[in-house]
Design a protein around this ligand. Structure first.
Ligand code: DGL
Length: 273
């Protein structure tokens, strides 16, 4: 079965990465829309248009199900895409429910996401349902998307940005940080530096892959110990399991394939944090 996974950029690799660990029997078409990243600073109409084109492209390439590995695109376009296309389309939304369930009633939860995800109604509806005690605060951190695309995962610039953005919050009151944008998975050590090592980092990747397995009837490994990434670009070029696309073009250039490999390596290194 062929699964199309797309994002504005390489944040969505965190979802594919989890699929490598947990699923068997699937092939993937991974699509990063680098011509239009970041989506978090675009209008809803633009995002609908981009995602419609990507979905059509992935279906033409043989996708039998689509994962929108992007909270921003999901917030804006999942309903439109489901209305327009006749195949399973899975979206992602900030994993607020598990964060509420896994934290104590006295503690607060911070959700970080793109400005679009934060202003869209999908998130406020979710909060109305799951945040009965009003323990959740929201914060837009659009610049992390740029840092991620530039492979700038740590260092003074990242620390300073995070420090500035968190400055108006009393971090000692927070027990969980929800990573409401797939690009934000790359910075787990920096969040731990800011909040302390006990902060619970919650993302929607495992939940999305479990859901995908159910919808597509794929074998799901609960332990998540499966193969994590590739080892070299030759393997990637001749591999039929995954084809990587950048805004409509198959990636065959070694530099870009190496970039993808390094992003997978980073995701592997921070996966258990
Ligand atoms: N990775 C995307 C998300 O999960 C959006 C990043 C962007 O393009 O702004 O929200």
């Amino acid at each position: 079965m062929k699964i199309g996974i797309f994002d504005s950029g390489f944040g969505g690799l965190s979802v594919l990465h989890e699929a490598y660990h947990r699923l068997s029997g699937a092939e993937y078409l991974f699509y990063a829309d680098l011509d239009h990243v970041p989506y978090g600073l675009k209008t809803s109409e633009q995002i609908k248009e981009y995602t419609r084109n990507i979905t059509r492209f992935l279906i033409d390439k043989g996708a039998e199900a689509i994962v929108i590995a992007c909270n921003t695109a999901t917030a804006v376009a999942v309903k439109t895409l489901r209305d327009e296309f006749d195949l399973p389309i899975l979206g992602m939304e900030p994993a607020v429910k598990p964060a509420v369930e896994e934290t104590s009633a006295q503690k607060r939860i911070l959700v970080i996401a793109t400005p679009v995800t934060i202003r869209e109604k999908k998130l406020s509806h979710l909060l109305e349902k799951v945040d009965e005690d009003h323990r959740v605060d929201l914060l837009a951190m659009p610049h992390l998307v740029t840092f991620a695309e530039n492979e700038q995962f740590e260092g003074p610039d990242v620390d300073e940005y995070i420090h500035e953005q968190f400055a108006s919050f009393d971090l000692s009151k927070y027990q969980a940080l929800v990573l409401g944008c797939t690009h934000f998975n790359y910075f787990k050590p920096a969040y731990k530096k800011a909040f302390g090592k006990d902060i619970l980092l919650v993302d929607g990747n495992v939940g999305t892959i479990r859901h995908l397995a159910g919808v597509c009837g794929l074998c799901y490994d609960k332990e998540g110990k499966g193969r994590a990434s590739f080892t070299d670009t030759n393997h990637m070029l001749h591999d039929i399991e995954t084809q990587y696309f950048v805004s409509g073009n198959l990636i065959t250039e070694k530099n870009l394939l190496n970039h993808v490999l390094r992003m997978h390596d980073r995701l592997e290194a921070v996966r258990e944090l």
